[in-house]
Design a protein around this ligand. Sequence first.
Ligand SMILES: Cc1cc2nc3c(=O)[nH]c(=O)nc-3n(C[C@H](O)[C@H](O)[C@H](O)COP(=O)(O)O)c2cc1C
Ligand code: SF4
Length: 471
Amino acid sequence: MVAVCKAGGAIKNKISLKGTAYMGRQLLLEKVKVENIRLYDVYRREGGYRSVEKALKMTPSEIVEEVKKSGLRGRGGAGFPTGMKWSFLAKPEGVPRYLVVNADESEPGTFKDRYLMEFIPHLLIEGMIVSCFALGSNRSYIYIRGEYAWIVDILEQAITEAKNNGFLGKNILGSGFDCEIYVQRGAGAYICGEETALLESLEGKRGNPRIKPPFPAVKGLWDCPTVVNNVETITAVVPIINEGGDEYAKIGVGKSTGTKLISACGNIKKPGVFEIDMTISVEEFIYSDEYCGGIANGKRLKACIPGGSSVPILPANLLLKTAKGDTRIMNYESLSDGGFATGSMMGSGGFIVLDEDQCVVKHTYTLARFYRHESCGQCSPCREGTGWMEKLLLRLDKGMGKISDIDLLWDIQRKIEGNTICPLGDAAAWPVAAAIRHFRDEFEWHVLNPEECTRRNYGLAHYAEPLAVPA
Ligand SMILES: Cc1cc2nc3c(=O)[nH]c(=O)nc-3n(C[C@H](O)[C@H](O)[C@H](O)COP(=O)(O)O)c2cc1C
Ligand code: SF4
């Protein structure tokens, strides 16, 4: 563990990994601190809606091409290439097409979309207008989680202002293009973030995921071709059109182009939303004052869930370096290096840090409880399996478990993964698998020390030590 602390302290002396001319550049949050940027007049004065003016002089296919060139990947979790998704959209004659913005953001640890919508709402509206034009959609929806009630008012004000200034409604800027945006509140169900459950909910039904195929690009909202994209994905379209796809692709590295919003929380000194250029190391992100500022209260790093609650937890050693010994970078490729055996995922960018006092068993139980509660119940492995995992984890957490419970837990998660209608089953299985894979000794300690383990901050130094890289 000392090595981790030393490494943290050594950041100032090491050669920065930020090799691009875009070091520290902000594409989405650059203007967020401008006073009253929520208001149309201020946003416009700061250069807002330029991308709409530019896009309306292009053809829709030229816009799709720019998005493809940018290498933008969906920011909702799966990282699917946005330009490719757009090009899959079916275009039958006489059938409406829809753009649906996924603002459900219920993944624990993820709060970046809320930040964008609350503080710079016109950026989303601007991105939606350009995207609708590219997709040939005249009607678009923002599906927002129910708990974000106050943001609905902010978005609706921004929509009204955009309309009053000719950027929404009929014949936008005299181009002949019509576009309307509506905001729909969900009722606070995590599953409604899954794109097909979201569409069901938007149609007024219970938010149960649909069997795919058909995918929404062919049969989506009201059976019409639909693109569902995350809030951050759609806001990224604005700088892509303003600066060109090639310029955007120069930021970052490999298939991790552009900037990424990370919502950082847990045992760090500076929780918050940060825009990074996907070339910085995980170590720098955690320890640098520019970002998380280090571990809070002088504690040591134990583990981290780097991409929202669904992605595998990593112990400190595998978080800072890959199993091959390379520096772990905050991007799609590096965070997943090693697969699930030794790596994790970028996911939605919800970065949850655990210090040495945190109990992985309790933590895994909390997540299992969440997934059991949020399962829609359509498929048995998820409906039953999430409940069994919750019960076993509670038993282990309370010091009432057996060693065989750990193997049973492992077995259950294996039977859920890949055997369900939607990825919520996987999302419930992965945290359990990773916790057992990397912290099995902590689970066993709970069985062998039933009284001690019920103390909340037991903080055994042993468990703060990064574990050996699994073979
Ligand atoms: C259980 C579950 C919850 C999800 N929640 C969200 C969410 O809150 N926001 C989001 O953008 N994507 C969420 N997704 C992913 C969406 O299904 C979809 O892939 C995404 O909205 C596509 O947008 P993107 O390509 O821009 O990332 C969730 C997926 C699952 C399985
Ligand atoms: S995996 Fe779970 S949430 Fe998804 S459809 Fe099946 S039961 Fe519902």
